[in-house]
Structure formats: C-alpha cells, structure tokens
Design a protein around this ligand. Structure first.
Ligand code: SAH
Ligand code: SF4
Length: 324
C-alpha cells in the first residue's frame, strides 16, 4: 500500500469506511477466527521521570500527584486474581522509572510459577537501558510495549521533550533481544498531520514489531494540553483497519480511549479489525491515583468485557506468545 492510499483510507467515512472495516475484519477472521485476546493490566507505579505534555503522570506533576508504587505482595495477589479470571497475560504498565526493573524482575519468576509457566508477561514501563531490558527478558518477561507515540520528529520532541530516535533505538533493542514487541501511536495530537499518521503506520511496519495500537488523544486534566480537542475516533478506527490489512497477524488492541470518547467505541474497534482487550485489575486504591486520561478515565472492568464479548459473539483466546 502506497502512502497516498494510506492517507486516503485514514479519512474514510460512511460506506467507504464500512468497506474498509469489512476488508480488515475478513483478514482478522482468516487469521484469528472470532477469537479475542484478553490482557490483565496491573498499573504498577504512577511515578515517572519523563514529562510528556499529554500525560497527567508527567514529571512536573509529581509534587501534586499522590504517588504510589505497588509492593511485591500486592502484585502477586493481583496476579492471582488475574489467574482466577482465566486471563493468562499479566500486563505491567507504569511510569518510566528505573525502580521498576528490579521490582518487576523479582516478581516475574514468581508469577511464572503461579501460572505453571502458562503465562505471558507483558511490560509497558518505558525506555530502559538494553541490559535492563535483557535482565527482564532473562527473568522471564515475554513481551514489551513501547509506543513510538508520533513519528513526527519535531512534534515528538515538542510533546515528549525527548528525541524520537531514542525511542526508536529502544524499540529496536527490544526486537533484538527477542521480545514480542509492540509499538503504537496517539492519533490527533495537537499539531499532528494526517500524513504523519500515515508515517506512523509505515514506521511501525518497518520496525518489524508484533503488535501495534492506534489510540485517540485525550486532553487530560493537569496537563499543558488540557484545552485541546480530543483525537478523532474515526481516524483511529481507520488506522486499526489499515494496520490489520498491512499486517494480518499483528495483535491490535481496541483501547479504552475509544470508549471514553464514543459510547460503543471499543466494540467498533473490534469491528474495525482489533483483536485484543485489556481488563484493569489494579488494586482500587492505586487505581484512583493512576491518572492516564485523568480521573474520569474509562476503566475497563471484567463485567464490561464479558458483556462486550457476548455482544460481539467472540471467543476468548489464550496468549499466542506463550512459547518462547
Ligand atoms: N510510561 C510508559 C508506559 C505507561 S503510559 C510509556 O510512556 O511508554 C502508556 C501510554 O499511555 C503511553 O504510551 C501513551 O501513549 C498513553 N497516553 C498517556 N496519556 C495519553 C493521552 N492523554 N491521550 C492518549 N494516550 C495517552
Ligand atoms: Fe511518563 Fe509514559 Fe506518561 Fe510519558 S506517557 S509522562 S513516559 S507515564
């Protein structure tokens, strides 16, 4: 697919959009049947040393936020709850701080034991040095998500105060080590062009990753971007379809930000070609302090996912990455 075609498809509406979704859904069904993959997320810490302008956990908010980092026993009891819910992907998400390397590294073998090794340990803890990534892999982590966020170098630096190349190098390190690697983009960041969203999709493909997300931008409270408008759900859904067409075997989540902006947004993500949902298992006190998208964020709970699965007539698939 040429870049021009991607740009055109990203802007599909009405019957063209329906056709795009159908094409993507057919490919997904050929590759995965009507199976959906469920991840159980544990939000590990809201402490972060990076200062992304879109994120309420940014460094400048440390003095105003009430900070938490889960302890090992809370993590293990949460992993137990995930197991009891028949989910076999334990997903650690959190701010980018060096402390998470040792904390998570220590608990990984214990979680593996808890699941009798039939578990995928998925991490989303920001950039780390290659030897730290390697340590986590050696401890038994399976997969790692590090979104490139935006492939527009100037915009990336303006909003994240870091160079895109640093992020890309870290993603390449993950692939190199052997992680099942995910990247992703935020759609509708202030100052982002449609052409740069097409570049996001092309970049993800070039990186040789195994998973990718497209999530609409949410103007979160207590961030410099609070008064901007949210990203387009339609462009995000179209991006999901295009990625499915270009990379039939990718894991592509239908993210909660879609539902936050539009009722039924997550079901539409699945109809557009996504095949992953994430259920939030973070202990509730920590959950209140974990501020992605602000306090009013849409927290995906188990009963909501169960009704979505029923409504969309899906079957639940265990992790496809369990064999290393
Ligand atoms: N700190 C790690 C992981 C946790 S943040 C990291 O940044 O990689 C997880 C994701 O939340 C980020 O990748 C970012 O894409 C997303 N995010 C944060 N604030 C957002 C917002 N306001 N709108 C859309 N996505 C946001
Ligand atoms: Fe930190 Fe991730 Fe938020 Fe950026 S998006 S401020 S790296 S938690």
């Amino acid at each position: 697919m040429k870049k021009n075609e991607i740009i055109e498809l990203l802007q599909s509406i009405g019957s063209e959009q329906k056709m795009l979704f159908r094409r993507a859904r057919d490919i997904k069904e050929k590759e995965f049947g009507n199976y959906i993959i469920l991840r159980g997320v544990i939000e590990t810490t809201n402490l972060c040393k990076v200062n992304c302008d879109y994120c309420p956990m940014r460094k400048d908010n440390i003095k105003n936020n009430s900070i938490f980092t889960l302890e090992e026993k809370e993590i293990l009891s949460t992993a137990n709850i995930i197991k009891d819910n028949n989910v076999n992907i334990v997903f650690f998400q959190g701010g980018e701080v060096p402390q998470t390397t040792k904390l998570i590294g220590r608990v990984i073998p214990k979680i593996r034991k808890l699941f009798n090794d039939k578990v995928e340990i998925l991490l989303n803890l920001g950039i780390k040095r290659k030897d730290e990534f390697q340590y986590l892999y050696d401890q038994g982590a399976t997969s790692y998500i590090l979104k490139h966020e935006t492939s527009d170098e100037d915009l990336h630096f303006r909003l994240r105060h870091e160079h895109l190349s640093t992020r890309i190098e870290a993603i390449k390190n993950l692939v190199d080590i052997g992680f099942k690697t995910g990247t992703g983009m935020i759609v509708g960041l202030p100052g982002q062009s449609i052409s740069s969203i097409a570049n996001d999709i092309i970049l993800a493909k070039d990186l040789g990753v195994h998973m990718c997300s497209a999530s609409p931008f949410i103007p979160a409270p207590n961030t410099p971007l609070v008064s901007n408008k949210h990203g387009s759900v339609d462009i995000s859904l179209n991006a999901i379809s295009i990625m499915r067409i270009l990379s039939p075997n990718w894991l592509i989540p239908s993210v909660s930000a879609l539902e936050k902006i539009r009722k039924d947004g997550q079901a539409q993500g699945i109809r557009a070609g996504a095949n992953v949902l994430t259920i939030n298992f973070t202990p509730s006190i920590a959950k209140q302090k974990y501020l992605i998208y602000g306090r009013e964020r849409f927290v995906v709970k188990n009963h909501y996912v169960s009704s979505l699965i029923k409504k969309e007539r899906l079957l639940v698939s265990p992790s496809v990455f369990i064999k290393r």
